[in-house]
Write a protein that binds this ligand. Structure first.
Ligand code: NAP
Length: 320
């Protein structure tokens, strides 16, 4: 089978398509024929060598995919050959024609969701879900600012929060992105490049502020986020690409909190609960992953450049 391999971390051209041996499952494992693989910013950080988690070289990147179960090992009971599935992490890497997974990493993909959409489920939706409910303990009736709503995690957060009964404010950096965020369920949208958008959000929230902020670029926004929080408000730091100075007094007066969130810290029990909720949402139509670009597997380097560019529009997926 063909797979993208990285022999040395570094520039996007480190991603090379190669012929590798076919995969076969041990007991408790599943081989999935990959129809689409999701591209996440973390794949870029790992490939470039700056991420704390460093896979042994050479490796095949990617944590997200969707496809069909091709072979199951002994004692596998959750899925059978021929099932449509999405993959939440793999043992072998997702940027490939086949992915080897532990049985716990594969989840049923409803017929209404395409493989390209399925490749956009795991990291984005599990991150948004864990941030909202396991970290911020979001409640129906609260207001959430999804700060960076036009990309993978943002669109997922908008759909999940809307379905849960929150008032959703989403930001994007382009007209197309803002239109998408509104279509996907945000009650209000704002351009995070406009000078006064945070003042407008405060005015919208009646001067009270928002209960939650899901923050995709904390190194730019965290100090300002603290100023738009309501009493007992919470910011969840999901993405950050540098450092920032904040005024802790802005938190003191509001009893507010800053919560970190890494999906990598999710326990097996949490993951099993999160994916049960995501499968239910995919089945009932409240969760509808948005695919912005489909790129051939051999052009993985192009996909890695694209995912770091401004003007996000849903997910970028690779198609073998
Ligand atoms: P993505 O698809 O590239 O989306 C990035 C989002 O950030 C877009 O909505 C983008 O909007 C927005 N953005 C750009 N400039 C912004 C600004 N000044 N203020 C607010 N938002 C801004 O990436 P993603 O997959 O959604 O991931 C988002 C971030 O979370 C990344 O940094 C990623 O590494 C991180 N992440 C963390 C975890 C975790 O476990 N903690 C998991 C998944 C992702 P425009 O492009 O329209 O300007």
């Amino acid at each position: 089978m063909k797979a993208i391999r990285v022999h040395e971390t570094g520039a996007p051209d480190a991603l090379q398509l190669e012929e590798v041996p076919d995969l076969h499952p041990d007991p408790g494992q599943v081989v999935v024929r990959v129809h689409a693989a999701g591209v996440n910013p973390v794949d870029v950080y790992i490939r470039s060598g700056i991420y704390p988690v460093k896979p042994p070289l050479p490796y095949t990147p990617g944590m997200d995919a969707a496809g069909v179960v091709e072979e199951t090992g002994e004692r596998v009971s959750r899925v059978k050959v021929g099932d449509r599935v999405y993959v939440a992490g793999t043992l072998s890497g997702a940027y490939a024609e086949q992915a080897l997974c532990d049985e716990s990493q594969v989840h049923k993909l409803p017929d209404s969701i395409t493989f390209a959409q399925g490749a956009g489920v795991n990291v984005p939706y599990a991150t948004a879900y864990r941030a909202l409910f396991y970290r911020a303990h979001a409640l129906p009736g609260e207001t959430v600012l999804v700060h960076g709503a036009s990309g993978g995690v943002g669109i997922a957060a908008v759909q999940i929060a809307r379905a849960h009964g929150l008032t959703v404010i989403g930001t994007g950096g382009t007209e197309e992105g803002l239109r998408l965020v509104r279509e996907q369920g945000a009650h209000y949208v704002f351009d995070h490049h406009q000078p006064d958008y945070l003042k407008e959000i405060m005015a919208l929230a009646g001067g009270r502020g928002v209960d939650l902020v899901l923050e995709m670029l904390a190194n730019v926004n965290l100090a300002n986020d603290l100023g738009v929080l309501a009493q007992k408000g919470r910011v969840v730091v999901i993405g950050s690409r540098g450092s920032i100075e904040i005024d802790p007094r802005a938190m003191m007066g509001r009893d507010s909190g800053i919560l970190g969130m890494s999906l990598m810290n999710a326990s097996p029990e949490e993951l099993s609960g999160i994916h049960a909720a995501l499968v239910a949402g995919l089945e009932n139509g409240t969760l509808r992953p948005v695919v912005g670009q489909e790129i051939p597997l051999q052009d993985a380097a192009r996909a890695h450049r694209a995912v770091m560019e401004p003007g996000a529009y849903g997910k970028i997926v690779l198609v073998p």
